[in-house]
Design a protein around this ligand. Structure first.
Ligand SMILES: Nc1ncnc2c1ncn2[C@@H]1O[C@H](COP(=O)(O)OP(=O)(O)OP(=O)(O)O)[C@@H](O)[C@H]1O
Length: 297
């Protein structure tokens, strides 16, 4: 088995008396996109900063390309980082900012290619302070792409972007993955993770609550069927469990197709299942379950 690009073992991080990260483990393999998700204050940024080499673990170990990111400078040369706040000088133009970024990275960089990749080529002469929030995020991304890094850290990459820019960013990330780049993504947009991630971990209160391949994580949760019951008082036998909440019936089931078929056959010619909805579990459903979990001290 090849060495993971990122490996996190028993990581713990403390701020004074408060332990923000409480013993987490995960690996990120070459060419995959791993999404690190979590509730507010779960410890994602702390974890990311440790992997980037900006913070020392209190306990445990982090390796990037098999090296300690705090000690080995070769790690930095192979890594592109898109931070949550780029901290640009507002009076510089887009092109000047990208050139400055290129001068600061030790990788051979093509500034024009990076600006074109994020759709900012036509804004080269615009001052950074005149960019919209979404355009600034794209400039952040262009800087992370300079020199075609082997590993990309994307921290909330599409915050403030309109839907079209967001889709364009996803396409660009997919293109990088197709070229073999490894990506560690943090995002609060669950749809973004559902569209891009191969594997993921959901953090809650310093621990990993759920992790695995996206398809497996989604399949591990119960699907939902819901409808407006009208005058209905009983249901046919189902594999799932039904709850009646005001004007809706919600069935949570491990057998979506079977229960949907049972309901439709039973209702056929008898009644109209108004507002019928059926869907596999989404990351949003899984998040809700994680949030409701009682904190372990
Ligand atoms: N410098 C600090 N000093 C003390 N506590 C901190 C510090 N930085 C973060 N924390 C706390 O550590 C916990 C984890 O913070 P972190 O920023 O890593 O979480 P996060 O998952 O990135 O959160 P969010 O999604 O809200 O940005 C939070 O409770 C936060 O208040």
């Amino acid at each position: 088995m090849t060495t993971p690009v990122i490996s996190v073992n028993g990581l713990r991080c403390r701020y004074g008396d408060f332990e923000a990260v409480r013993g987490i483990d995960f690996d990120v393999h070459s060419g995959e996109l791993f999404a690190l998700l979590g509730t507010n204050g779960a410890g994602k940024t702390t974890t990311l900063e440790t992997i980037e080499g900006h913070r020392a673990p209190t306990a445990g170990a982090v390796r990037v390309f098999g090296q300690d990111p705090r000690r080995d400078r070769s790690v930095r040369r192979r890594t592109g980082i898109m931070l949550q706040e780029g901290g640009f000088a507002g009076d510089l133009t887009v092109l000047e900012t990208a050139r400055l970024g290129a001068a600061l990275t030790s990788r051979k960089s093509d500034v024009d290619e990076s600006l074109a990749a994020v759709g900012l080529a036509a804004r080269r002469a615009t001052r950074v302070k005149q960019l919209s929030g979404g355009e600034r995020r794209r400039l952040d991304l262009a800087l992370a792409l300079l020199g075609d890094p082997d590993l990309l850290f994307l921290d909330e990459p599409t915050t403030g972007m309109d839907p079209e820019s967001r889709r364009a960013t996803w396409e660009m990330v997919r293109a990088r993955l197709a070229r073999g780049t490894t990506v560690l993504l943090t995002t609060h947009y669950l749809e973004e993770a559902e569209r891009l991630a191969h594997r993921l971990a959901i953090m809650h209160q310093g621990r990993i609550a759920v992790s695995g391949r996206l398809v497996d994580v989604l399949a591990s949760q119960q699907a939902r069927i819901s409808f407006d019951p009208g005058d209905l008082v009983e249901l046919p036998p189902l594999a799932g469990t039904a709850t009646w909440t005001g004007t809706r019936v919600e069935v949570r089931t491990p057998a979506l197709q079977r229960d949907l078929h049972a309901l439709l056959s039973w209702a056929d010619g008898r009644l109209d299942l108004a507002g019928l909805r059926a869907h596999q579990a989404s990351l949003e459903d899984i998040f809700q379950s994680v949030r409701q979990e009682v904190a372990v001290p």
